[in-house]
Design a protein around this ligand. Structure first.
Ligand code: XMP
Length: 600
């Protein structure tokens, strides 16, 4: 049988290599991420090599080491951003230290629409993010595309099949980036689209067996897509009897969720599946806690405490057990799991004690290089039913991070509100800055700032424009919501509120209405994720407020608010307004960035 095509991605830091590897998989070609210093033997048989971007500068003393022989193996090489500079530098060109970083869109002027640029237009939008740039080309190279600020935006030595781009074809902001990678992979490297998710299953099963050895796996199974797919894969690799899966009912699950999860997993034949009710324990640990990161860390650590306790109860030796988790790749980036990304949020599967276990190689995470849509494809391959595979993503900390708490203290926000109103007025709207905070992501960094509520009639387009202007122009605001009901606004007050059983059950009611209605309207697949959020905000003297947060996304790294059809939105809103103690329903009209999908 012919050998499977393989593209090697050399990882120079940050998260670029993983995204490149994913793009290659999208083209149905096997991709492998390797250390830049890998031996020639490790690269043997590769059809192409891609050098990723990264944060280093070629002149830095501790720039990542790499194997210089890669350029003389007669394997096509594509260097991206740092990889492009590194190749130019290594082959005798000159790289200039950038005085400023250049971020954002640029227009690429293509000189020849052949080879790598086959099928593209003369001008293409590309995404740049770099400091240094290639000033002089190495012998044998020519520029094949430029931008206004970057003469050598794309370079080639056609004879040796060596190529370099200053821009990033792997990010979605480069609209035809995948086409360029396709040209490289098939046109230049002569790969065949012979990779399937079935190959992934085979390979992962071998890796799991190797890592686990004689031991067993204790998996925390929330019942969500990721942990269920991880469970199925681990069972396939090790056999069901060696995987003990525990569902912890934190009290922050959706209405009836734990019961439904238990039934679904039993139906799937997971015989070694157990449920522990830890609601009381979680509520007690979180009483009075307001700051989102503090809540997240307490929850993550509690999971491990409970796991250890269960092991002891079962009289199992912790040495014989690895922790299994359904962590997917985006989870690791948000928690700064890679060298060069800022911490946006601590995901429950990345708290300190889990980081310790990871360092000691005591965690098995068979999905940690995959993105959500790939996990779904894998789930189907493993024979999981559609209703599990197409569940919406649900965060490990559950409704706890959708239930906003407050100590009741207010701040003087009048100056910020005045600025917001100046913009809102242009759209015929009125702005109120809310006295709570939520998490956002701006310039790749975390923000924790106030939401602004807009009141008045407008269509989605107008609301989107108003929201973008407010978050761009007022740094104290990272999120904008629009008041759906009530129509009349007499008062908006902040209430002191903590994470209580009563508040969670109120949120569960509202969330259940949302889930039921979007099923009825056939929107489950169309909407990527639909958090429902509870705010301790009393409108017109009534209890609390609900925020609807439907989003459209593919990789969760970026998202757009989902402009719902009015009919479905009004049906949801009217039903939620009938729930006792709910005084208002808002709709989140912020993209990610500047806001995140979840509020905390
Ligand atoms: P944000 O809110 O950061 O979320 O835009 C991105 C995606 O990650 C999910 N999320 C989590 N998933 N554990 C998880 O398993 C967590 O602690 C966690 N926090 C956020 C979120 O629901 C969204 O899909």
């Amino acid at each position: 049988m012919a050998r499977q095509s393989r593209i090697v991605v050399l990882d120079f830091g940050a998260q670029y290599a993983h995204l490149i590897a994913r793009r290659i998989r999208q083209l149905r070609v096997f991709s492998e991420i390797l250390d830049p210093n890998s031996s020639v033997k490790a690269l043997k048989g590769a059809k192409g090599i891609i050098l990723s971007g990264g944060p280093a500068s070629v002149y830095e003393k501790d720039a990542p080491k790499f194997n210089k022989k890669i350029f003389s193996l007669k394997i096509p090489v594509l260097g991206l951003c740092y990889g492009h500079q590194l190749m130019a530098h290594a082959l005798g060109g000159k790289v200039e230290k950038g005085k400023v970083r250049e971020y954002g869109f640029a227009e690429l002027e293509i000189k020849k629409n052949a080879g790598l640029f086959n099928g593209l237009s003369q001008k293409e939008t590309v995404w740049m993010s770099h400091g240094d740039k290639v000033e002089e080309l190495p012998p044998g190279f020519e520029a094949i595309a430029s931008t206004v600020d970057c003469e050598n935006a794309a370079v080639a030595n056609e004879e040796k099949k060596l190529f370099g781009f200053q821009f990033h074809p792997e990010v979605t902001h480069t609209p035809h980036g995948l086409k360029i990678l396709e040209n490289f992979v098939f046109g230049i490297c002569n790969c065949k689209p012979d990779w399937t998710i079935g190959n992934y299953v085979e390979k992962k099963c071998c890796e799991i067996k190797k890592q686990v050895g004689e031991r067993n796996v204790f998996l925390l199974a929330s019942g969500g897509v990721d942990s269920t797919v991880a469970l199925a894969l681990l069972e396939k690799a090790l056999g069901a009897e060696r995987v003990y899966s525990l569902h912890v009912d934190t009290g922050f699950m959706r209405k009836n969720e734990s019961k439904n999860v238990a039934e679904a997993l039993q139906k799937l034949g997971c015989s070694n599946f157990h449920v522990v009710n830890s609601q009381q324990e979680f509520f007690e640990a979180l009483r009075g806690k307001i700051e989102p990161e503090e809540k997240r860390k307490i929850i993550g650590e509690k999971f491990i405490e409970i796991q250890n306790r269960e092991l002891r109860k079962l009289n199992l030796n912790p040495k014989d057990w690895l922790l299994g988790q359904g962590t997917i790749y985006p989870d690791t980036i948000e928690t700064a799991g890679t060298k060069n990304s800022a911490r946006i949020k601590t995901h429950h599967n990345r708290v300190d004690s889990i980081m310790e276990l990871l360092k000691a190689n005591l965690v098995v995470e068979p999905l940690n290089q995959l993105y959500k849509d790939e996990v779904r494809e894998l789930g189907i391959e493993l024979g999981l039913p559609e209703e599990i595979v197409w569940r919406h993503p649900f965060p490990g900390p559950g409704l706890a991070i959708r239930c906003i708490c407050s100590d009741g203290k207010t701040q003087d926000l009048s100056a910020v509100e005045e600025k917001a109103n100046a913009i809102a007025k242009e759209f015929g709207l009125h702005a109120i800055v809310l006295q709570i905070k939520s998490v956002g992501v701006q310039g790749d960094a975390r923000s924790y700032a106030h939401p602004c509520a807009l009141v008045g009639k407008a269509d989605w387009k107008q609301l989107e424009k108003a929201s973008t202007r407010i978050t761009n122009e007022i740094c104290e605001i990272n999120r904008v919501v629009w008041l759906v009901q009530p129509q009349q606004l007499e008062s908006v007050e902040l209430e002191k509120a903590e994470l209580s059983e009563e508040r969670i059950s109120l949120l569960q009611e509202a969330d259940a209405i949302v889930m039921q209605k979007i099923r009825e309207h056939g929107l489950m697949k169309e909407i990527w994720q639909f958090p429902t959020v509870l705010l301790p905000i009393k409108v017109n003297g009534i209890g609390e407020s609900i925020v609807l947060r439907p989003v459209d996304s593919t990789e969760a790294m970026t998202a757009r608010f989902y402009p719902m059809k009015k009919e479905a939105m009004e049906e949801i809103t009217s039903k939620i307004m009938q729930v006792q103690n709910i005084g208002a329903v808002f709709f989140d009209i912020t993209h990610k960035p500047p806001a995140t999908i979840e509020w905390e």
